[in-house]
Design a protein around this ligand. Structure first.
Ligand SMILES: [Fe+2]
Length: 227
């Protein structure tokens, strides 16, 4: 074999070395690295978090996915991860926030790409009463567990065993953008009433896919709970 001091081969070796350290420099590299990680059935979610942390937000790379709505936050699909994960960009106008929701037994890693987001975690509602053989919620207010302010490039991780959460853009002046990975992908989750703990199903939809706006019908079909 020839020794290639500075050519394609050395770049490949360098890229492989970066991947081993769970580091990426571009959104493309991040997506490629995620595809590689999710090829196996036993994904180490810490590696996913390390990769998401190592990516430093570059608006030039994600702005084509960042499609805002003036009334509520939007979910914009970036990559379907061969059916193993969904990667999406969420756009939060000033003061926009989500409902309190669970994550349908999936991992959720989110990273702020622009602005700041406030994440508030809640305990699952207590289920303590049986009524005619059916477990019902207590009707008690959801207990707040913690509140985290996330700055640009910071990440957070949640799954159902850690509780529920609500995500909000607390700023009245600046929009915010975040990158979310969900694995496995899901199309419905539960949303919760903060005062009573009452749960309802919510269909999750995309405002755009691969940088293209979806048709009006799909956008209008979003239920009021999908906020
Ligand atoms: Fe969430």
């Amino acid at each position: 074999m020839y020794n290639v001091p500075c050519g394609k081969s050395s770049c490949l070796i360098e890229n492989r070395e970066k991947l081993r350290r769970e580091e990426v420099s571009t959104l493309r590299e991040l997506i490629d690295a995620l595809h590689e990680i999710f090829q196996t059935d036993h994904v180490n979610i810490d590696h996913v978090q390390d990769l998401m942390t190592s990516y430093k937000s570059n608006p030039v790379e994600w702005k084509k996915f960042a499609k805002f709505d003036r009334y509520r936050y939007t979910r914009n699909l970036v990559d379907e991860g061969n059916g193993r994960f969904n990667l999406m960009v969420l756009c939060w106008g000033e003061g926009h926030g989500s409902a309190i929701h669970d994550h349908a037994n999936a991992h959720c890693v989110m990273k702020v790409l622009q602005g700041k987001l406030c994440e508030t975690r809640y305990a699952w509602p207590a289920k303590s009463e049986m009524e005619e053989g059916v477990m019902i919620e207590n009707g008690e207010e959801l207990k707040e567990l913690e509140r985290n302010m996330l700055d640009t490039n910071e990440i957070c991780y949640i799954n159902d065993s850690l509780g529920l959460h609500r995500v909000e853009n607390p700023s009245a002046m600046n929009p915010a953008v975040s990158l979310h990975l969900y694995s496995p992908p899901f199309s419905t989750c539960s949303v919760f009433n903060k005062q009573t703990g009452q749960k309802s199903m919510c269909k999750v939809t995309f405002w755009s896919k691969y940088g293209e706006r979806r048709n009006r019908e799909i956008q209008d079909a979003r239920s009021p709970e999908d906020n």
